[in-house]
Design a protein around this ligand. Structure first.
Ligand SMILES: C[S@@+](CC[C@H](N)C(=O)[O-])C[C@H]1O[C@@H](n2cnc3c(N)ncnc32)[C@H](O)[C@@H]1O
Length: 404
C-alpha cells in the first residue's frame, strides 16, 4: 500500500512536477480515496494502474490536489510595477506593438483579469495588449471563463479604481466585457512542450507554482520561462519564490514587495535602484530602474531603509539569514508590530522552520485579529501538519471575515 502511494507521488512528480514533500500524506490519501470512490476501485494498487493508463483519471486526481487559492491584485505592488514599467519603458519605445502578457498558472482568473484592469487604467487601448491565462486545472479554467466572483476574491484593500470593470449584483461580481475580451484562457501543463518558435511574451506572471515543484521541475520551468520571455521583459513570482530564482540573466528589481525580475543579457550586473533622498520610506515614489548596469553605485547613506524594509529586501534576494536578523532587530524596537511578525513568519517558512513560522503568524494574528493573510498561512501550515480540525476552525474565521 505504501509503495502504491509512492508510485502515485512519483507519477505526480514526473507529469506535473509536484514535489513529494509538498503534499502531506493526509492530503494525498484524502484525494486518492475520493477518486477511488468515484471510480469504484477498492484498492490503491488498482487505482495506480488506472492512473497510469488513463489520462482522464490522472486529470481528475490533479483537480483534487491542486491549490487554486488566488485573489484580485494579490501582492498589489506587482501591479504598480507593471503599470510603471509600461508607462516608462514599454510605451515610449514600443507604442505600435502589441504587449503580450502571460499569466501561468492563472487559476480561476483573478490574476490575468487584474493585469488587464491595470493595463486599461495605465492607460493602454484594447488593441495595445493581450493577456493569456493558462492553468492545468479545468475546474479553475471554467470558473475563470465565467468570470463571476464572490467577496473571497477581493482581499486587497485599494480596488476602488477597478469597480468600473465589474457588473455588481449584491455579492456577485461579474467581469465586464471590456476586460473579458482582453484575456484568452487555455489549458496548459507548464512542464509540457512549448513550440520552438513560440512568440515571446513581454511580461510573465508565474506566481505560487514554483514553491510546489521539486528541484528538477523548477529548473525546467525556469528554463522554459527564460525561453518564453523577451529580452528586457519582466518575470513576476510569489513573495517566497524569490529565494528560488537563481539565473544570471534574471535581475532582481528592487521595487518593494513586487517580487519581479527583469531579463537581461547574461553578463549584466545587478540592477541598482535608489529611493529619492528627501522622501521618507513610506512616501517613496515608484523606484525607477537605472538604464545601464554600469552606472556607479550610490553612496550607502543614500539608502535609508527601515530594518523591516531591509528584511524584505534580503528576503527577496534569498538572503534569509540576514532577513531574519533584520526582522528580529526591527521587532525588538517595535514589539507590537503585526507586519513585522508576519514577515518573520514568511521568512521562517522559507527557511523550513514551520514551528517558528506558526508562532510568528499567531503573534501577528494576536496583534491584529483580522489579519487575513496570517490566517491563510496558518490554515496551510495546519493542513500540512495534518491538523484538519485546527485548519477548519481558522477557515471559519476567514469566512466570517469575508462576510463582514
Ligand atoms: C495557488 S494557484 C496560483 C494562482 C495565481 N498565480 C496566484 O498567484 O494567485 C496555483 C495554480 O497552479 C496550477 N498548477 C499546478 N501545477 C501546474 C502545472 N504543472 N502547470 C500549470 N498549472 C499548474 C493549479 O491548478 C493552481 O490553479
Amino acid at each position: 500500500m505504501k509503495q502504491d502511494y509512492q508510485g502515485i507521488e512519483q507519477l505526480l512528480a514526473r507529469r506535473i512536477g509536484l514535489g513529494p514533500d509538498k503534499l502531506s500524506p493526509r492530503q494525498l490519501i484524502k484525494a486518492v480515496t475520493i477518486r477511488q470512490k468515484a471510480c469504484g476501485i477498492k484498492n490503491v494498487s488498482d487505482y495506480l494502474k488506472r492512473l497510469q493508463s488513463s489520462a482522464h483519471e490522472f486529470q481528475e486526481l490533479v483537480e483534487q490536489i491542486v491549490i487554486r487559492e488566488t485573489w484580485f491584485f494579490r501582492h498589489r505592488q506587482a501591479f504598480s510595477l507593471l503599470r510603471h514599467h509600461v508607462q516608462t519603458q514599454w510605451l515610449p519605445s514600443h507604442s505600435r506593438e502589441t504587449l503580450r502578457i502571460l499569466s501561468v498558472p492563472c487559476s480561476t482568473g483573478e490574476e490575468p483579469y487584474s493585469i488587464a484592469m491595470t493595463l486599461l487604467n495605465a492607460p493602454l487601448s484594447s488593441q495595445q495588449f493581450i493577456v493569456e491565462g493558462m492553468d492545468i486545472s479545468q475546474t479553475a479554467l471554467s470558473l475563470a471563463k465565467k468570470g463571476i466572483y464572490g467577496k473571497n476574491s477581493f482581499r486587497s484593500h485599494d480596488q476602488v479604481d477597478y469597480k468600473q470593470f465589474f457588473e455588481v449584483e449584491e455579492n456577485r461580481y461579474q467581469i465586464g466585457p471590456s476586460i473579458r475580451n482582453q484575456v484568452k484562457f487555455s489549458s496548459k501543463n507548464l512542464l509540457s512542450a512549448w513550440p520552438v518558435n513560440h512568440p515571446p511574451y513581454h511580461v510573465i506572471f508565474c506566481r505560487h507554482l514554483l514553491i510546489y515543484l521539486d528541484d528538477a521541475s523548477r529548473d525546467r520551468v525556469l528554463k522554459i520561462l527564460d525561453r518564453l520571455l523577451a529580452e528586457g521583459g519582466l518575470l513576476f513570482v510569489g513573495a517566497v519564490e524569490t529565494t528560488l530564482i537563481k539565473r544570471d540573466n534574471f535581475r532582481f528589481m528592487s521595487y518593494p514587495s513586487a517580487f519581479a525580475y527583469q531579463k537581461v543579457p547574461a553578463t549584466a550586473t545587478e540592477l541598482t535602484l535608489t529611493p529619492p533622498r528627501h522622501l521618507k520610506p513610506k512616501q517613496r515614489s515608484p523606484l525607477k530602474p537605472r538604464p545601464s548596469a554600469s552606472l556607479p553605485k550610490p553612496p550607502e547613506k543614500e539608502i535609508q531603509l527601515s530594518s523591516l524594509e531591509m528584511a524584505q529586501q534580503f528576503a527577496n534576494q534569498g538572503k534569509l539569514k540576514e532577513a531574519a536578523q533584520s526582522c528580529q532587530s526591527y521587532l525588538q524596537r517595535h514589539p507590537i508590530d503585526a507586519e513585522g511578525y508576519y514577515l518573520l513568519g514568511e521568512i521562517s517558512q522559507a527557511q523550513g522552520n514551520r514551528e517558528e513560522a506558526q508562532r510568528c503568524f499567531q503573534k501577528a494574528l494576536y496583534l491584529r485579529p483580522n489579519y487575513r493573510e496570517a490566517l491563510v498561512h496558518l490554515v496551510l501550515l495546519r493542513e500540512s501538519q495534518g491538523d484538519i480540525q485546527g485548519a477548519a476552525i481558522l477557515k471559519n474565521r476567514i469566512q466570517r471575515l469575508d462576510n463582514l
